[in-house]
Design a protein around this ligand. Structure first.
Ligand code: DQA
Length: 147
């Protein structure tokens, strides 16, 4: 069975109560359940992880790169949270480890503050999905199966 890793970055553990007018009422557990259901329907093993720590996310990306190179993993769906706009280290990890990655944002980052329009992740992402809420994760997982 092929594998997909779903990574969520900082503050996404607060989903449900964090600015619900922007991010909705669904919790991280709801996101992860939906990803598991999507994986089950597509015959994929989906692992979901969340961290507020950049180094932890980098370690998981390195692991994913090794699994992609070895064959069992088809890619990563990642919502890097605010690290999207700040993290050269995540950019370098994705590039350096050779990770096939779909960047997902719940909100439409292009319709918000100007500084949310810049992403350090997009240049090393295979694709980018923004503004479609939880469906972005579903579409990201489906996209990985079609690449
Ligand atoms: C986000 C958008 C980011 O700008 C923000 O910092 C987040 C969440 C989104 O899912 O819309 O934490 O990635």
């Amino acid at each position: 069975m092929k594998k997909v890793l779903v990574l969520n970055g900082p503050n996404l553990n607060l989903l449900g109560t964090r600015e619900p007018q922007i991010y909705g009422r669904e919790t991280l557990a709801d996101v992860e359940r939906l990803c598991q259901q999507t994986g089950a329907a597509l015959g994929l093993e989906v692992t979901c992880r969340q961290s507020n720590h950049e180094g932890q996310l980098i370690d998981w990306l390195h692991e994913a790169g090794r699994e992609i190179a070895a064959g069992p993993m088809i890619g990563v769906v990642m919502n890097p949270g605010a690290y999207t706009h700040t993290s050269i280290a995540l950019h370098d990890a994705i590039k350096g480890a050779g990770v096939t990655l779909i960047e997902v944002h719940l909100s439409n980052v292009h319709a918000r503050e100007p500084w949310r329009r810049h992403s350090y992740i997009s240049p090393v992402a295979r694709g980018v999905i923004a503004g479609l809420g939880l469906q972005g994760y579903v579409l990201g997982i489906e996209a990985l199966t079609r690449l």
